[in-house]
Design a protein around this ligand. Structure first.
Ligand code: HCR
Length: 380
């Protein structure tokens, strides 16, 4: 039934929200939505999903051959999808609208070192643009020599009752080998469809194709399908890992559902399995955080949302927004601009251009954000 999951008092505002989506293209995060669909978490926290299985991230460095490392990157990538795209359904009952980060917002955290994964794995996130929202991130396990640098933005549109989200941005994973050489992997991102809107219980399905291109030539092509395709199951995917054209090895084909398990087609062996618990990031307490750090900055708003006190959430949100507007006015009056803290804008990402050519990436060039190496935990 329409609006089944919507609280009675919010049904009409949900209907108006859905109506305003029709014909909408642009920045969905700035749209006002009814309280029941609001999440108390800022989008700056999302890059942590890349590393909630830190041992898989670390294990990339243990691959003995180019092929083994390319497979390990694919395995780690597929294993992040459950967290990235279904975890809000698990923790909050449906996909929700995250808090729209302010320019300069920061999120820091880490996964502690242990024998299985080697050194501490650290995360540095910075909101590098507000209009449009762009989030830049860096993850590193320096002991293992594995790093991930990326940025994430979204272009949204509405079609056939669903929100379609084109992910803009990409990530680059680097592995430093004991030989002193290093490998790079360019990672592009899938398209999202947000379904279930009619019922008021949105969830994500992934669509189309994403790629992981290694500087060694190995290419993973990952096709995403929902119910009614390959296996007829939601969250299905088929990944093909192909070697560089001059190597004559048959491709690896992997099929399964990204939120559970998958198998290598030729051997039937399990490829990935995310049915066991993941490890959430460790974050400093709010008392220890600086004023730009996400959980401290949004504390009042998040508390209001969690406790169902939406008036107080709106008051705190209004305060943050007014403060931001004033800051922008002061900057333009003083002829200054906001300075990024951990990243530097790059108009043409050289790794994207170089590796993108190998699989004819579309678009052929993308901008990027280079990490400045000055995150709080980078020394340990
Ligand atoms: C589209 C989305 C904001 C962006 C979120 C991204 C794409 C961010 C990068 C992460 O790596 C992966 C990721 C996962 C989320 O599924 C995706 C969000 C889902 C909803 C949210 C919209 C801006 C809010 C839509 C409002 C609906 C729920 C009514």
């Amino acid at each position: 039934q329409a609006g089944e999951a919507v609280p009675a008092a919010q049904k009409s505002s949900w209907t108006s929200f859905l109506k305003s989506l029709a014909g909408f293209t642009g920045d969905l995060s700035a749209m006002t939505a009814p309280p029941f669909i609001l999440s108390p978490t800022s989008l700056t926290e999302f890059p942590a999903y890349w590393c909630e299985r830190p041992e898989l991230f670390a294990a990339i460095a243990d691959g003995k051959t180019e092929q083994a490392r390319a497979l390990a990157v694919l395995k780690w990538f597929i294993s992040t999808l459950k967290g990235q795209y279904t975890s809000r359904n698990e923790s909050m009952g449906s996909e929700k609208k995250p808090l729209n980060p302010v320019l300069g917002e920061l999120f820091y955290g880490y996964w502690p070192a242990n024998a299985a994964r080697g050194g501490k794995t650290t995360l540095v996130v910075e909101q590098v643009s507000h209009h449009p929202p762009i989030t830049a991130y860096r993850i590193e396990n320096l002991e293992k020599g594995v790093t991930l640098t990326g940025h994430s933005a979204q272009k949204t549109s509405f079609s056939g009752g669903s929100i379609i989200v084109k992910q803009v941005g990409h990530a680059v994973l680097t592995v430093s080998l004991p030989s002193g050489e290093s490998e790079e992997y360019l990672i592009t991102l899938p398209r999202l469809r947000i379904d279930g809107l009619w019922y008021g219980s949105p969830y994500i399905e992934l669509a189309e194709t994403s790629y992981i291109q290694s500087s060694t030539g190995w290419l993973s092509t990952i096709e995403y399908k929902g119910k009614g395709y390959f296996s007829g199951k939601s969250h299905s995917f088929k990944a093909t890992l192909t070697p560089h054209s001059h190597i004559h090895t048959s491709p690896h084909v992997i099929e399964g559902t990204w939120h559970t398990t998958s198998k290598e087609s030729h051997s039937g062996a399990t490829f990935h399995d995310v049915t066991s618990p993941k490890e959430e990031i460790t974050v400093a307490s709010i008392e220890e955080q600086g004023e730009w750090e996400s959980r401290k900055l949004w504390h009042g708003v998040a508390k209001g949302i969690r406790e169902g006190d939406f008036e107080s959430a709106a008051t705190f949100k209004g305060k943050i927004e007014n403060e931001q507007r004033q800051r922008r006015r002061d900057e333009s009056a003083g002829g200054t601009t906001w300075e990024l803290k951990h990243f530097k804008y790059v108009e043409h990402d050289p790794v994207y251009e170089r590796l993108g050519k190998l699989f004819k990436a579309n678009p052929p060039t993308e901008d990027g954000y280079a990490y400045l190496g000055n995150g709080p935990h980078s020394e340990s």
